[in-house]
Design a protein around this ligand. Structure first.
Ligand SMILES: C[S@@+](CC[C@H](N)C(=O)[O-])C[C@H]1O[C@@H](n2cnc3c(N)ncnc32)[C@H](O)[C@@H]1O
Length: 304
């Protein structure tokens, strides 16, 4: 692992835990989790029918999410997956939509949506009602998004292929899950791990800041925006929020209680520089606790 990345992990998690996280991201094997699509199926029925195919699922703190304890092959090739009854999605990746907590009629904007894990989860949390506007800039990736929206039967999702920064409208619920360096998924992607550089994180941070700035400008007073990344160092997380947020916005407490010690409060200081106090309400998900990806999540409210 790049020494600068290890240093950053030690800074955000503390020296011992930071080294443990680094080890997990190098050698650890994350669990496979599935989300039952409650728009199409009942979790108990899905557990039973997958058991018939030799797939053993274990419970998680979320009643629609399960850990794959045993499987004769990839769950993605089971009939239940093809039929849109389940979506293979990491447990940590389910947290941003949970934190946003959208309510019908919304609308909800999912600003960086492909391939649609969080879009289809948002549609499910809305009970198939209201509107989720899923925006994706890359036409090829938008194809995968449309495929998943159709497979999961999300009739309350509209897909828009375009740049989220150019949207002429705002919404009371916004999810921004922008492109990032993916440090929290390095156990799945050794190539990304070996090609990580500090300069890359700087480049991503500029894209992230421009997306966040544009979406916040159109967030109505009282509206909520969740900023999430599957990366761990402060450059793409706290520093982006610290640069873009002003007195009109507040980062509010949002870590779900079930995460327990897996939720690590955001930093209010980095390398001798003071950051906004409310960044302590943001949180990282330590990937070692539930053997997941690492994530950063912040719930932002517009107060003025
Ligand atoms: C981290 S991925 C999103 C993952 C997705 N939220 C999920 O859970 O399945 C970021 C996505 O943002 C898209 N993207 C990048 N810049 C964008 C922009 N300006 N407007 C809309 N989408 C953008 C990328 O093409 C990529 O598909």
């Amino acid at each position: 692992m790049h020494p600068e990345l290890l240093r950053r992990l030690e800074e955000v998690f503390g020296p011992d835990r930071g080294r443990e996280v680094a080890r997990f991201l190098e050698e650890g094997r994350p669990e496979t989790y599935v989300r039952v699509n409650t728009l199409r199926a009942d979790p108990e029925d899905v557990v039973r029918s997958l058991e018939g195919a030799g797939v053993v699922l274990g419970e998680t703190p979320l009643d629609y999410a399960f850990v794959v304890e045993d499987s004769p092959g990839p769950v993605g090739s089971c009939l239940e997956h093809v039929a849109g009854h389940v979506y293979v999605q990491d447990l940590a990746s389910m947290v941003p939509a949970e934190v946003l907590g959208p309510e019908p009629p919304g609308p909800v904007i999912d600003a960086c949506a492909a391939p649609g894990s969080k879009t289809t989860q948002l549609a499910q949390l809305m009970g198939g009602e209201g509107v989720v506007l899923a925006v994706e800039k890359d036409p090829g990736r938008a194809g995968a998004l449309v495929h998943n929206v159709v497979r999961m039967g999300c009739v309350n999702v509209l897909v828009h292929v375009g740049d989220a920064r150019g949207l002429p409208v705002g919404a009371p619920f916004v999810l921004l899950d922008p492109p990032c360096s993916g440090e929290g998924t390095f156990h799945r992607d050794p190539h990304a791990r070996s090609t990580w550089t500090p300069a890359k994180t700087e480049r991503f941070s500029r894209v992230q800041a421009s997306l966040l700035r544009a979406l916040l400008e159109r967030l109505p007073v009282g509206g909520r925006l969740v900023y999430s990344t599957c990366t761990l160092s402060p450059v793409e997380n706290e520093l982006v929020l610290n640069e873009v947020l002003d007195e009109r916005f507040r980062v509010v407490p949002s870590a779900p209680g079930w995460l327990g010690e897996a939720a690590v409060p955001g930093l209010t200081e980095w390398r001798g520089r003071s950051l906004r106090d409310d960044l302590s309400n943001a949180f990282r998900i330590d990937p070692t606790v539930f053997r997941t990806d690492g994530f950063f999540v912040a719930l932002i409210e517009r107060v003025a």
